[in-house]
Design a protein around this ligand. Structure first.
Ligand code: UD2
Length: 312
């Protein structure tokens, strides 16, 4: 049994991760200000194993007290303003959360010489920006196009540098289009599969931006959780960054067909102009994580959608 801190633990990926951690008898502390996450996402979790703090990771005094008093084995940094659009609207406010608050955590660990077994920082495929090279490798050039992507990249770099300079075991993950239960469909920038699901369930019209031929590496959340756990729990993996995806792609049009089939229902679709700055093709080269920790995605889009629908 280990003790985990999960920032952003009431969010989509966090709550799915915690479900598995607690099922394996681990103890989890969540810090989440509920700006995006929901307490309801954690309601099925055994609360003898879970402590929830409705706090912002930008509350430095609180974070330092918590980190020093709890002595976590593992720290998982998922707390962020996950909307790229929000970072464009409010670049400085989101920077304080998406970058500074993470650095503060590394700094508290350094200053207090805390003995953590691993810190994992969740970065994003957004760091590759418009780089047209496919698939994206960890060594591909970084071309961040938004404050969100810059903050994610900088938080990764700080994780690596704090790790090497002060001997703190750190890793970072670049997630590719994660989907699954508990993803919030309520913003136009929510994951597209949560929006499609919501439209199908509530008989709403779905708008495809562009021709629907954009390619994505849609990754089922259980695979992401497995990747995160492998990277955390494999002791000699540190000071490195890993793509987390499936390594294969589908077009948005294909996903719509697969979703219709899985739900046994037609989706009402209209087409509109492509989104400004939208990336036409994105998918991950996952050979690094596969070779390093034997990660193998279990879900393709058909089985992933089936699992998603079954969990609603
Ligand atoms: C993903 C990430 C984003 C950032 C980016 C970096 C998610 C949810 N977003 O954005 O945070 O890391 O990758 O590349 O993982 N679409 C529609 N109709 C809709 C909504 C979306 O057609 O109602 C299209 C959208 O224009 C895009 C595709 O669906 O071509 C996927 O959209 P998304 O917002 O789920 O993810 P993406 O790849 O734009």
């Amino acid at each position: 049994m280990s003790k985990y801190l999960v920032t952003g633990g009431a969010g989509f990926i966090g709550s799915n991760l915690i479900e598995k951690l607690v099922a394996d008898q681990n103890e989890v502390v969540v810090v989440d200000d509920l700006s995006m996450g929901k307490k309801e996402n954690l309601k099925s979790i055994d609360d003898r194993k879970l402590t929830f703090y409705e706090k912002s990771i930008t509350d430095y005094e609180f974070m330092e007290k918590l980190l020093v008093s709890e002595n976590f084995d593992y720290i998982v940094l998922l707390g962020a303003v996950a909307s790229v659009a929000d970072s464009v609207e409010n670049p400085y406010a989101t920077h304080l959360i998406n970058q500074e608050a993470n650095i503060n955590i590394y700094e508290v660990v350094r200053r207090n010489k805390l003995k953590v077994r691993k810190i994992l920082m969740a970065s994003s495929a957004a760091v590759y920006g418009n780089n047209p090279v496919l698939p994206k490798k960890e060594t591909s050039s970084i071309e961040p196009l938004t404050p969100y992507a810059i903050d994610k990249f900088a938080s990764e770099r700080f994780a690596m540098i704090y790790g090497r300079l002060y001997n703190i075991p750190t890793v970072a993950t670049r997630f590719f289009n994660v989907y699954g239960p508990k993803q919030n469909p309520n913003s136009p920038y929510s994951g597209v599969l949560s929006i499609i699901h919501n439209c199908l369930v509530n008989d709403k019209t779905f708008t495809v931006f562009g021709d629907g031929e954009q390619l994505r590496d849609f990754t089922y959340v259980d695979d992401v959780v497995s990747a995160v756990r492998l990277l955390l729990e494999t002791e000699d993996v540190k000071w490195d960054v890993f793509n987390v995806g499936t390594g294969s792609t589908v077009t948005l049009n294909e996903v719509i067909k697969a979703f219709e089939k899985a739900m046994g229902k037609k989706l009402d679709v209209i087409y509109a102009d492509e989104r400004k700055g939208d990336i036409k093709k994105s998918y991950a080269d996952i050979s690094k994580i596969t070779e390093t920790v034997s990660y193998k995605p279990k879900y393709n889009i058909v089985s992933g959608l089936a699992a998603y629908i079954a969990k609603q």
